[in-house]
Design a binder for this molecule. Structure first.
Ligand SMILES: Nc1nc2c(ncn2[C@@H]2O[C@H](COP(=O)(O)OP(=O)(O)O)[C@@H](O)[C@H]2O)c(=O)[nH]1
Ligand SMILES: [Mg+2]
Length: 387
């Protein structure tokens, strides 16, 4: 006969003290994160025996991870929960310990966001099997600030946007006092509970939903959409600023910029329209869009630099980088160059700036960014005139 099994997920923002808690409880070396780097990138179970029980503590990444998107974090947690429940012996969690550092003076945006994601993952039913635990009481007692900790704890419990609704639904509040006993007591307080299926497990396995249609997936997708509109606003702002900056220059430059902007906005619209279809890929799309946006910014800066470039120098730089282009782009670029070469050397129609402006609608802003026209060429050549 095996020992009775206890499975507890440990959640909370990066830095809340999840790994510290697991290490203290299990005496295993779990690898504890330092400073801003978050150590736990994937869901990772740690197993040990205690008091006749086989205990598994499941370490999870926080949604405020410094290196991974919310989608990636959600996917890794959802995949683990999905897999363990979907396949025999269809494991359910005995409980969840949600950690929150008592050292945090207030609920930061990322803490609130993480809590929201936690609630979406767990759903209302299993909240009875949740312990909301504050960490770092050891530090507070050393510095004689336990009173302050107590008033923060009270705030957490009394605030509607924080723990209050969860406590009303049966979640308990506890403190992790930095000792093994304290950690084990927290765990033992959960073992009587009837294991429950989490909302995300029920949605993915029983209701056969796609991740993006689950409550947690929807919350992430909303965030993606919010980011998209933010990028759009920023793009408009940059357009405005650059219009101003270019006011004194030739109309064709501005026209080209307008063209590039319209191009970009069409892409943005397409991403919006496709987002719901893209499902899992939505965050990738958003990331790709951000890259393009950054390229566009770069291209703008380069154009400002190119106003001071002469024609031949611009041709040299472009052609030195032409291997980065697809054949049709390369052909289009060289056609444009040949076109302009027909004009008289040193004529106002034949400058680096005019060349870049002419290329913009042909090869697009992203490609121009790849072509490596150096930024801030102030000292290289005199203004508009060629040669
Ligand atoms: N003294 C003390 N330090 C803690 C406690 N919890 C976390 N830390 C420290 O805070 C940092 C982040 O903790 P960690 O356990 O890696 O957080 P995680 O990201 O939630 O796994 C580490 O440097 C820990 O040593 C605690 O309860 N007491
Ligand atoms: Mg950790």
């Amino acid at each position: 006969m095996g020992k009775p099994s206890v499975r507890i997920a440990v959640m909370g923002v990066t830095g809340a003290g999840k790994s510290t808690f697991i290490q203290t409880a299990s005496d295993l070396d779990v690898g504890i994160g330092h400073e801003l780097q978050s150590f736990t990138a994937e869901v990772e179970p740690f197993e040990f025996d205690y008091a006749g029980l086989h205990i598994t503590l499941i370490d999870t990444p926080g949604f405020n991870d410094t290196t991974r998107s919310e989608t990636e974090v959600l996917r890794s947690i959802a995949d683990w929960l999905d897999f363990s429940y979907r396949n025999p012996p269809h494991l359910k969690l005995t409980g969840i310990i949600y950690l929150q550092s008592i050292m945090d003076p207030r609920m930061y945006g990322s803490s609130l966001r993480n809590l929201k994601m936690f609630k979406e993952l767990v759903g209302p039913e299993p909240l009875q099997n949740v312990v909301l635990a504050t960490t770092r009481w050891g530090q507070l007692s050393k510095s004689g600030e336990v009173d302050m900790g107590e008033s923060r704890e009270k705030q957490l419990c009394d605030d509607e946007t924080y723990w209050k609704p969860m406590i009303s639904r049966g979640s308990r509040v506890a403190r992790f006092e930095d000792t093994r006993d304290s950690a084990l007591n927290l765990i033992l307080s959960l073992i009587e509970a009837q294991p429950k299926v989490l909302q995300i497990q029920s949605e993915l396995v029983d209701q056969k939903k796609d991740l993006i249609d689950t409550s947690a997936g929807t919350a992430v997708n909303e965030e993606v959409k919010r980011l998209e509109s933010k990028y759009k606003e920023e793009l408009q702002q940059i357009q405005f600023d650059l219009d101003k900056a270019l006011e004194q220059n030739e109309a064709d430059v501005q026209e080209a910029l307008e063209h590039a902007k319209a191009d970009f906005e069409r892409k943005l619209d397409r991403v919006h329209a496709e987002q719901d279809l893209l499902r899992y890929e939505s965050r990738n799309q958003s990331r790709k869009m951000r890259d393009e946006y950054e390229q566009l910014q770069l291209a703008y800066q380069q154009k400002l630099g190119a106003q001071k470039l002469d024609f031949d120098e611009t041709v040299r730089i472009l052609q030195a980088n032409e291997s980065k282009l697809r054949k049709e782009q390369r052909d289009a670029m060289n056609k444009q160059i040949e076109e302009m070469k027909k004009q008289k050397k040193g004529s106002p129609g034949r400058t680096g700036m005019k060349l870049v402006a002419g290329l913009l609608p042909v090869v697009g802003s992203v490609v121009l960014g790849l072509l490596g026209i150096p930024v801030g060429l102030g000292g290289l050549m005199g203004g508009g005139g060629g040669f």
